[in-house]
Design a protein around this ligand. Sequence first.
Ligand SMILES: Cc1cc2nc3c(=O)[nH]c(=O)nc-3n(C[C@H](O)[C@H](O)[C@H](O)COP(=O)(O)OP(=O)(O)OC[C@H]3O[C@@H](n4cnc5c(N)ncnc54)[C@H](O)[C@@H]3O)c2cc1C
Length: 383
Amino acid sequence: MNLELSEEQDAVRRLAEDFVAREIAPHVVEWDRAESVDKSIVKKLGALGFLGLTIPEEYGGSGGDHLAYCLVTEELGRGDSSVRGIVSVSLGLVAKTIASWGSDEQKQRWLPQLTAGEAIGCFGLTEPGTGSDAGNLTTRAVRDGDDYVINGSKMFITNGTWADVVLLFARTNDTPGHRGISAFLVPADAPGLSRRTVHGKLGLRGQATAELVLEDVRVPASTLMGPEGKGFSIAMSALAKGRMSVAAGCVGIAQAALDAAVRYAGEREQFGKSIASYQLVQELISDISVDVDAARMLTWRVADLIDRGQDFATAASTAKLFASEAAVRAANNALQVFGGYGYIDEYPVGKLVRDARVMTLYEGTSQIQKLIIGRALTGVSAF
Ligand SMILES: Cc1cc2nc3c(=O)[nH]c(=O)nc-3n(C[C@H](O)[C@H](O)[C@H](O)COP(=O)(O)OP(=O)(O)OC[C@H]3O[C@@H](n4cnc5c(N)ncnc54)[C@H](O)[C@@H]3O)c2cc1C
């Protein structure tokens, strides 16, 4: 694996860095306090090609490899995890999954809009009663002539209130566990589909997180994506790649924590000297730096494996597990460097702590990542 970025990769990274400085950084505190990112950011992300990375150009994608995707995701995560999440879900979990599993008609219908930022996708797997145990979800899709009729509810759906299309997982037969699950591309304006914003989140406050309720939602059979009964495999393949993007976002959080801690330590004086001169403060900063480097390398390894067509699922769980825990540690260490000023939202590190915290929970908790890694190493499944 070559750790030197190509000219194209470096150019896309700098484009993302510049975008964050111009379009995100000036609004971060305001969006966090208002509990809403300005939705116009989606079209801006689309215009720069950030919502089409790795998608074939014939469907409106901007090509690029998975390392370029990681670099953009890291920069967006450094700027605002609420914006990074829009890309990780609409592109990472929805568009990329349509590109892999969708029919030609489904690709033509959704990919050009999603990659341009003209439409937004959300990923509907989690339910109020099934989170880690997603294979036991209870939302049902019953075949009725040329249609399916769907009933159930979904919880904690990122982009949920903004989305135009829901990649929805529902049970199509009574086989217990994951074998009876199928994937659907449900238009979000389908009659019977209602959405409620989840308020009061600890972090990612600017992100549109929703509960979805489906009451007799009738969709044509052409919305089924992939074969009936294959939905769980589709969801797991989406999440395996998604974990790389969460890990890259975590590297961004940890890098932001490092930048802020170094800057503040150089400015703040106590006992007549810069706090950067105290070894215990340097320890906090060097711990953050080690976490940044290690998390980034594990994340880039996943991108390299995907781009070379190798198995990557265990490496993705490893990267997601380490990077998410590292982001929490890094943000917390940075807050310590800021002292009491870290505790108020005029300074950036409190938000980093709040935004980092969810990373060990979604797209598989840290415990679930350990079970996936353990299963790969021992050949014995705990599920
Ligand atoms: C802000 C936010 C955004 C989200 N976005 C989405 C989204 O876009 N789409 C979507 O489908 N979902 C989304 N989720 C849901 C997320 O993926 C789930 O919250 C997550 O999978 C955990 O499920 P749960 O919350 O039901 O916790 P539970 O599964 O109830 O877990 C509770 C605790 O038990 C532990 N646990 C569970 N099973 C085991 C086991 N077998 N062994 C050891 N420990 C175990 C867990 O690790 C955890 O510590 C989001 C969640 C949040 C908070």
